[in-house]
Design a protein around this ligand. Structure first.
Ligand code: MF3
Ligand code: CO
Length: 280
């Protein structure tokens, strides 16, 4: 389940190198978030991210990955992940998940946000908020737990609680299982897998040097997904809307650091009672 083979544990120096890539991704996503609005095409968002990455002399990690044709994945409404930017023009109330990866000196950063455009249904706004909270709970679990399986448990607990509180209008949320988080470092995807849901397998032990991308995908209906004829775009089978959030996180000797957050996650994790580790 977790693909325990050959985990690349990073030294503190290597974690600092990964942070450089993470900060480029953070800046690119901030610029794209700023630009995202009704009337803007997804290709225009892609160009914004490409510009930021180029300005830093970094490399877009998705472009050319297994033939992927763009810098970002932009997944709108019922698209869950891997939406290809293009001529599609965003509309009021759209739920827009934006995924970005960059490489600096061979080290990778990977992060995703969901932007909900003005005019949205309250339940769509709640979907994005629930998914973001689930991601932060999963990240926080890395600082307290002894095994990686705690991430998925924490994610699923948040989604269950939000559902019970009626945030999805009394309907069930779906937690996508076909796509998982991953180790990250000198490649975008490395062992171990990081399921964003509860599993029987408790997963590998957490130890300093582990760097992982935590990336829950939550949908407003059934968790089943399909891939469109473009061979990339993942959509919900029932047309329900989806949200995807992701951060790249380092486990250090004295705690954790979110490499794709400018503050290391201090603010969001602080709210959960977790203090981020000093970085070197
Ligand atoms: N962030 C995505 C992931 O972790 C990567 C996008 S897939 C790509 O799986 F092919 F577009 F790169
Ligand atoms: Co990822």
């Amino acid at each position: 389940m977790f693909g325990r083979d050959k985990i690349e544990y990073k030294t503190p120096e290597q974690v600092l190198l990964m942070r450089r890539a993470g900060l480029v991704v953070a800046e690119a996503l901030a610029a794209v978030r700023e630009r995202a609005a009704a009337g803007v095409s997804t290709a225009q968002l892609d160009a914004v991210a490409a510009r930021v990455i180029a300005d830093h002399h970094a490399t877009a990690s998705f472009l050319g990955y297994h033939g992927y044709p763009a810098t970002l994945c932009v997944s709108v409404n019922d698209e869950v992940v891997h939406g290809i930017p293009g001529a599609r023009v965003l509309e009021p109330g759209d739920v827009v998940s934006i995924d970005c990866g960059a490489i600096v000196d061979g080290w990778h950063g990977d992060s995703a946000i969901t932007v909900v455009l003005d005019g949205a249904d309250p339940e769509d706004l709640a979907l994005a908020e629930t998914t973001e909270r689930a991601m932060w709970a999963g990240i926080a679990a890395l600082s307290t737990a002894d095994r990686l399986g705690a991430v998925g448990e924490a994610v699923e607990d948040v989604v269950d609680a939000a559902q019970s509180a009626g945030l999805n209008g009394g309907q069930r949320y779906g937690l996508v299982e076909e796509y998982v988080g991953h180790g990250i470092g000198t490649a975008m995807h490395q062992p171990p897998d990081v399921p964003n849901f509860r599993t029987r397998d408790r997963g590998p032990r957490l130890r300093a040097g582990l760097c992982v991308a935590i990336e829950p995908m939550v949908v407003r209906g059934d968790r089943a997904t399909q891939v469109l004829d473009d061979d990339w775009t993942v959509v919900t089978g029932d047309g329900s809307r989806a949200s995807h959030w992701e951060h790249t996180v380092a486990v250090l000797d004295d705690g954790i650091w979110v490499l794709t957050a400018p503050d290391g996650g201090a603010q969001s994790l602080g709210a959960l009672g977790v203090t981020v580790a000093p970085l070197a």
